[in-house]
Design a protein around this ligand. Structure first.
Ligand code: ZN
Length: 311
């Protein structure tokens, strides 16, 4: 059981990639770069900026090269490019602007074949090849195990399977391994068990977590993961996301909701809640819709205006 008190948690801002990739509205490259600039201004130090995938499969990410070309020069920010195969890895490296490759293995055959045309076992091999390729190019790499808590095609995913995959991928030397609840079916008890088991299996490598709030358990899952020793949490400004072809599908846990919860509990993130909420409101105008984040609507607490009035 993990008992060490965590005083800080790292946030990876994933809105430019996971948040946007399922949006129906085509977002101009300039707006994506504006979103990235706002995330940096709010204090984000790691940002998943795009994915290098087939533009026919994911049209929203067709401008990956243009996004990379427009990234601000920042030594203090790690830019992550998500890649599914060696071709994507080569494109990401060739951009010259990506600091870290994000490889993806899939815990189930059903989603592996649907998403990447590979069985789950094959995704482990590809993941390891991508990590090696990044290292050869002088970049770091990390891996995400998609559908770690359940698969839209195969249903339940065994914890033993995910632990086995994490152990195999860890041998390639990634910077970290993430457990992703791709379809938003995880619950906090499951999260606590799996994060604990994977931590033990891959230590000293850190565990990152990636949750979607599809069934309202997103924040509870973040809390369970942090309590179980996860070091890093993926989050998306505004809770952007959702699949236009899957009614009810929701976005990532919202950055401002995660910030609010952790900071109020005394766990530092290094991000500004005020600036993240401002980014939410800006994004709502760009996307022409209200963002699902709760703290984006309600604001933080204590409210700065109330404090000023009291003074
Ligand atoms: Zn996701």
């Amino acid at each position: 059981m993990y008992t060490e008190e965590q005083s800080s948690i790292e946030i990876v801002e994933v809105s430019p990639r996971d948040g946007l990739q399922n949006e129906r509205l085509a977002i101009p490259t300039a707006e994506k770069l504006a979103l990235i600039a706002r995330a940096i201004d709010a204090g984000a130090k790691r940002i998943e900026v795009t994915s290098f995938v087939n533009p026919k499969a994911v049209p929203q990410m067709a401008d990956a090269d243009e996004v990379c070309a427009g990234l601000p020069e920042r030594d203090d920010v790690t830019y992550i490019g998500l890649v599914m195969n060696m071709r994507g890895a080569e494109r990401a490296i060739a951009s010259g602007r990506i600091d870290q490759l994000g490889a993806v293995a899939v815990a189930s055959d059903g989603l592996g074949v649907a998403n990447q045309g590979q069985s789950s076992d094959e995704t482990i091999d590809v993941c390891r090849d991508i990590i090696a390729k990044a290292q050869d190019a002088g970049l770091s790499a990390q891996a995400t195990i998609a559908a770690s808590f359940g698969c839209p095609f195969d249903g339940e995913v065994s914890e033993d399977r995910v632990v086995h995959m994490a152990r195999e991928i860890a041998k390639a030397g990634p910077a970290e391994i993430a457990l992703a609840d791709t379809i938003g079916v995880a619950n906090p008890a499951h999260v606590a068990r799996l994060v604990t088991r994977v931590r033990e299996a891959i230590q000293p490598l850190p565990v990152r977590v990636h949750f979607h709030n599809t069934r309202g358990t997103g924040l509870a899952n973040v809390w369970a993961a942090v309590a179980a020793g996860a070091r890093t949490v993926d989050a998306s400004i505004g809770g952007l996301g959702g699949c236009p072809f899957a009614p009810g599908a929701a976005g990532n846990v919202a950055t401002e909701d995660v910030l609010y919860m952790l900071e109020r509990a005394g766990i530092e993130t290094g991000l500004s809640l005020e600036k993240t909420i401002a980014a939410n409101h800006w994004l709502a105008e760009v996307m022409n819709k209200e963002m699902p984040a709760m703290v984006g609507k309600a604001g933080g607490f204590p409210h700065p205006k109330t404090e000023r009035t009291a003074a």
